[in-house]
Design a protein around this ligand. Structure first.
Ligand code: B12
Length: 291
């Protein structure tokens, strides 16, 4: 995906004249920069923001590097689950990108896309694997394809403002689940945080060092594997102590954090969903209102 696009390309993608497009730029409807020579330069993220805000359909999305079928399909969250699940099982990356991008362009936020489309589609894949209707290779390939599509989508997110709060997150050693930890990063970035996933399967020692060195405002931990609860609690305690010492809010989530496990650990917030993460993150950054 190109980071920058020209007004001419955007005009062709939307199906309007270049003159109209330039007028919108000059009115400030699309955030526009100028080259040293005075030419208008648009970031793809700014164009995507404009499309989300105005609901304008794309006639030729491929001209600005978006999936060719984008803007021509169903954008209802519930119906997108089946489309995504089928595209994931087929390993069809172009279709996966198109489903996710369509939803994003239709003004659905990353948390809703994650909670209401990606997680249910993978849940269904898990059930079909259990019943023998989906091969292990299809499940693994689905994860790879989905991760690539998420990185692709992340290029269209608005850049973090200069004073954005910082967040990092990960999964612990032995836990190789990658979708939720990545979706948490994109969710926070969409609401204006400077968020970076450190990835999956990290030793607790290095996570403690990351906390001490980067001093984020928030740390998120996703837990999808818990083979030894006592060891997890011990490792997690070390992480929490460091977080507390640096004033970092600790947010935990993931299907292995049962009520029994949660009773044994400390945290700032437990989230069932990405939308809970949005609510919590906004609550710690919003100014108190007038009394
Ligand atoms: C993909 C997958 C894998 C992949 C993951 C690869 C990767 N790169 O991510 C791998 C190969 C690791 C894997 C392995 C196994 N898996 Co598996 N796996 C799945 C599957 C199909 C999808 C999981 C997923 O990515 N979902 C998408 C994400 C986005 O959804 P999510 O994790 O639910 O997260 C959502 C919320 O929980 C929340 N959330 C999660 N974490 C956090 C954190 C924060 C901070 C916040 C705010 C929110 C949040 O937000 C997300 C969006 O709503 C599930 C099926 C299912 N029902 O989930 C089975 C599933 C979890 N696996 C299962 C099993 C049995 C296994 C294996 C034991 C299989 C085996 N015999 O080898 C191994 C165990 C591996 C191990 N010990 O590490 C079972 C678990 C059964 C159980 N109750 O224990 C499931 C349910 C499949 C099934 N139907 O049987 N698996």
């Amino acid at each position: 995906m190109n980071e920058y696009v020209s007004p001419k390309q955007v005009a062709r993608a939307i199906g309007v004249s270049e003159a109209s497009l330039k007028r919108w730029c000059d009115k400030g409807l699309i955030a526009t920069a100028r080259t040293a020579g005075g030419h208008r330069r648009l970031t793809l993220a700014a164009v995507v923001e404009f499309l989300r805000a105005t609901g304008r359909p794309l006639v030729r999305p491929e001209v600005i590097g978006l999936p060719a079928t984008c803007g021509q399909s169903d954008v209802v969250l519930t119906r997108a689950v089946d489309r995504l699940r089928e595209a994931l099982e087929d390993g069809d990356e172009a279709r996966v990108r198109a489903v996710l991008f369509d939803l994003y362009l239709a003004n659905h936020n990353i948390d809703a896309i994650g909670d209401k489309v990606i997680a249910p589609a993978f849940h269904e894949i898990g059930c079909r694997w259990e019943s023998g209707d989906c091969e292990v290779f299809q499940e693994r390939r689905a994860c790879e394809v989905c991760m690539r599509a998420l990185y692709y989508l992340s290029a269209a997110l608005p850049p973090a403002p200069a004073n954005a709060p910082h967040a990092i997150g990960a999964t612990l050693e032995g836990d190789w689940y990658s979708q939720a930890v990545t979706l948490a990063e994109l969710t926070l970035r969409q609401i204006g945080w400077r968020a970076a996933s450190l990835g999956s399967g990290l030793p607790v020692v290095t996570l403690c060092n990351a906390l001490a060195r980067t001093r984020p405002r928030l740390f998120w931990l996703s837990v999808s594997v818990l083979e030894d609860v006592d060891r997890f609690v011990e490792n997690y305690d070390r992480l929490f102590d460091v977080a507390q010492a640096h004033g970092v809010a600790m947010v935990v989530g993931g299907k292995m954090l049962s009520a029994a496990v949660r009773q044994r650990i400390r945290y700032s917030a437990y989230c069932d969903t990405l939308s809970h993460l949005v609510t919590f993150a906004q609550s710690i950054t919003s100014e108190p209102g007038p009394a």
